[in-house]
Design a binder for this molecule. Sequence first.
Ligand code: ADP
Ligand code: MG
Length: 589
Amino acid sequence: MQKIQKLPNDLINKIAAGEVVERPASIVKELIENSLDAKATQITIILEEGGINRIKIIDNGLGLASDQLPLVFERHATSKINSLQELENNSSLGFRGEALASTASVAKVTFQSFPEGQKSGYQIDHNGEIKPVAITKGTHIEIRDLFYNVPVRKKYLKNTSTEYKYCLKVIQEYALCHPEVAFTLEHNQKEIFSYSSTDRINRITQIHGSDFSSKLLPVFYSGADLKIEGFIGKPELAISKKPTQHFLVNGRPIKTNTFNYSVKQAFGSLIFPQEKPQFFLWLELDPKDVDMNVHPRKIEARFHFEGIIFRKIIRAVKDALQKNDLTKKLNLHKSSAESFIPKPNYSTSKHQSQSISFPSHKSYNIQGSKGSLINYFNQNHSQNRPTQSLSDQTQKPTLMPLVQIENSYILCQSPSALVIIDQHAAHERVLYEKFKAEANSQEPRSQELLTPIQIQLSSTQIETLKHSTETFQKIGFNISVIGENQIAVTSIPLKFSNNDLDTVIQSLLNDIEDNSDFQNLSDIEDIVINYAACRGAIKFGQPLTKDEMIALIQEMEKIQHKQYSCPHGRPSKIEITFQDLEKQFKRTK
Ligand code: ADP
Ligand code: MG
């Protein structure tokens, strides 16, 4: 016969510790939260052997009175909440009253505290003995010999350097959440860092360095129930592996793939599909709209209005991207010293007038394997080019094209920099935006072919086509299936060349088929538009006239922030500031 019995307290605590205390980093996290809840403004963390041998935290917070000490290692004993209502509206980081109890059941803990209004500090050790102690105001907690009494758990710990890295990650996350608090870390008797109290951007700089933080853009959204503030990396900071992505919700770092994805969505085609943006976003919302009580270590949360927050994040990030210059800056020089040489006398009004003095109709042939390396607008071209002529212009570009290099790059001058445009990438983006707008306008501009083009397809390709005919139609293709393996194309998007149409259609269908992720209409539409834009864009190596360069720049400027990259996420223009040139030519320090 089975017999049910109540487990002894000590065993209950050890079982609970399995959830709360996974490794030294989980203890460090709980201790920092306690110090923050105690309103500390200075927190020092001392680790030995990745925290396995010793973790000590010293804070200058409110402390705990000596008569409260017998309760600190008691399970479900907390000073932070009293009722369910308080739990729901709780804004402190801790509330379960189990971190110290769990830790004390698997390690040797000493808790010392010296609160305001008491004559001296007192400590309670892991045997429960209470005695006075000479310490500074605040709380000192020391944890030794983690898992000394549960060897199975100790076996699962990684080596000290990995455990140290986990601790470091946690400490830096909380340091980011609370830049107003000074944090110091010591490991194996060596000071690792000492961050002074500061603001958010400076805390990011303390952690990631100024090269990184200089590539961040501010994000701001403020509504009645939600505030989003922080920084996103410019598209050039996006990476595919291990991006820095922080959501700091009501003072606590939260893991949320959903919101990470919302930021990626906002970047859209500004970055490569496999890349992930880097960001630091602080979210503030009413505590009752977020449930922190869904994970034993409170590293995940449940949001009551997840869909709304998701959309607000997209809006806030898009706004930040639209407001800012995303041009990739060529980092020629690392020094941040300000130039003391006056700026070149670049007159904006002069370059905005029609009397730009282009070195017209002149060709320099610098010999090289490709023949004419520099082309000074001396050629005639007819197809696939930005068509606006100089005389049409009613809004004038802020960039002045100087020269086309290798028939591929347009060198321009802006009031503060030399700008190099990748003509294919730039035009590809212009066409992509144009085709997308046409697809959305419900009026695809297509050209009817004089004679329909018949194309043979495999049965799988025919199947894919049947599922995507509507999309093809939306952007101006008219295609019908006329036999088991045969289709007829009767019209194609305007500006789309019908050369190799069979290859284009087949590649498109293969692309759609390969991307099983691309289930919905808008994804398929995107592939088709991408393809059309890529094929329609002026080619790398194609000479351009002066007017065509100007027209391209004008069209780029019309699409605002989208101009900075091609639809696949490659940069379409980069710039070298005059300040950087001055440094390179040693005209300034
Ligand atoms: P919780 O944080 O959920 O209340 P803990 O086990 O982490 O539970 O802590 C138990 C109690 O010990 C806290 O409620 C608080 O009163 C006290 N305490 C812990 N750390 C500190 C500290 N650094 N400063 C002051 N009081 C503390
Ligand atoms: Mg706590």
